[in-house]
Design a protein around this ligand. Structure first.
Ligand code: GUN
Length: 286
């Protein structure tokens, strides 16, 4: 039976460290880290994520300023808001919750954020820095996955990692971080041939595709570490439940260590967002 990687417990430790450092920053520099969170439209999942981010921010003493804009908001209005937040020295982090409504260009909006305030690490300058081995503002979900992996593997060097999913938010930065940690990395995606066999070679499997229970027990090498980034809402016995991209009940019998959904990657993402906000505040006010 696999060891459960408890994201709630590990994130509580990260959050405790952030809370302590927020206090120190306040006491010595009179600075309180502040995060602006922009949510455009009514996407139900995004509303839940944003609510959780704001709640946790308050718990560690970080100020959050929520900007809720209607779904029809224009690109110019959003760019103007971001420019104001870029100029505002009391704001240290800016997060635009994705996905945005179709009429808005995510690329243009992300590029308009001051890279130093880009706590998601999505700005092209930060993407490029990570790709060339300088990890300053690192995307929150992959960063959270790395912290969990480091709890299981003291040294990741030489491990074979398969990342399933090639999104800009998770798959690609995840692969970059694993490479920085000296793993051998393959990114698998919807066009990958014989994905089962490929995964079966892996010491580490990161599932980030958004397809409920896609990763089966016979895809996993006995003893491998499995990180499940998926959060899928499914109907089971007439009830709505959250489940990951991994067939958890079957895979936990084969894997050496596995993250649950919920209670795995999710809480780590939020903890890393607040860690990034703290670090942005430190750098901007040093
Ligand atoms: N949507 C899904 N994940 C994320 C994330 O990490 N950051 C932002 N801004 N939007 C998201």
């Amino acid at each position: 039976m696999a060891q459960l990687i408890d994201g709630k417990q590990i994130s509580a430790q990260v959050l405790a460290d952030v809370a302590r450092d927020v206090e120190i920053l306040k006491a010595y520099n009179g600075v309180i880290p502040a995060l602006a969170v922009i949510l455009v439209g009514e996407d139900p999942a995004s509303q839940v994520y944003v609510r959780n981010k704001i709640k946790r921010a308050a718990e560690v003493g970080i100020i959050s300023i929520e900007h809720r804009l209607e779904a029809g908001t224009s690109q110019i209005t959003l760019n103007t808001l971001i420019e104001e937040l870029n100029q505002d020295s009391s704001v240290h982090g800016i997060l635009v919750q994705l996905p945005l409504p179709d009429h808005l260009s995510e690329e243009e909006i992300i590029s308009s954020i001051n890279p130093k305030k880009d706590v998601d690490g999505f700005h092209p300058l930060n993407v490029g820095a990570l790709a060339s081995g300088r990890s300053v503002q690192v995307p929150c979900t992959p960063q959270g996955c790395m912290i969990m992996l480091q709890q299981i593997h003291k040294d990741l060097s030489g491990k074979f990692a398969v990342v399933i999913g090639r999104s800009n938010i998770v798959g690609k930065p995840m692969a970059a971080l694993l490479l920085l940690a000296n793993c051998t990395v393959t990114i698998a995606h919807s066009r990958t041939r014989d994905i089962e066999n490929l995964c079966r070679q892996a010491d580490i499997v990161i599932a980030a595709v958004g397809r409920a229970k896609m990763v089966k027990a016979n895809w996993i090498k006995p003893g491998a570490t499995v990180i499940d980034v998926g959060i899928n809402a499914v109907d089971e016995d007439g009830k709505r439940k959250l489940c990951g991209d991994v067939d958890f009940e079957a895979v936990e019998l084969i894997a050496g260590a596995i993250t649950p959904v919920p209670g795995g990657v999710g809480p780590m993402t939020i903890a890393c967002l607040l860690l990034n906000t703290l670090n942005a505040a430190k750098r901007l006010t040093a």
